[in-house]
Design a protein around this ligand. Structure first.
Ligand SMILES: [Zn+2]
Length: 108
């Protein structure tokens, strides 16, 4: 079974287990159902700005704040924004899944 992005529920569980902190800013994320600040909510991040979004190489968990700041920007373009500069978010400081993704997909 897979959701609208073509990622299986099994794969999604693995991704949620792997990414307990935001893969970009490393904050502890809240379950949206538990309330808390919206900016701290855990969201599904499609690191590719285009599909495929079907596996742990292209999907990660990040906080609502980072997800909405990035929007539809390419990762490499988003890293140049003041949001990322202020928080020291870049391809060196991002979590391993992001680094792996950047290695796999050059134009990301
Ligand atoms: Zn974040």
């Amino acid at each position: 079974m897979s959701n609208k992005y073509g990622i299986s529920e099994i794969e999604l569980v693995k991704i949620k287990e792997r990414d307990k902190l935001c893969v970009y800013c490393h904050k502890v994320m809240e379950d949206p159902r538990s309330g808390g600040l919206r900016n701290d909510w855990a969201t599904i991040e499609h690191m590719n700005y285009l599909p495929p979004w079907n596996n742990h190489n292209t999907v990660a968990m990040c906080c609502f704040s980072c997800n909405s700041s990035r929007g539809k920007k390419k990762l490499i373009d988003w890293f140049k924004t003041s949001y990322c500069a202020d928080r020291n978010i870049n391809n060196e400081t991002a979590a391993q899944p992001v680094k792996g993704f950047i290695k796999l997909y050059r134009d990301c």
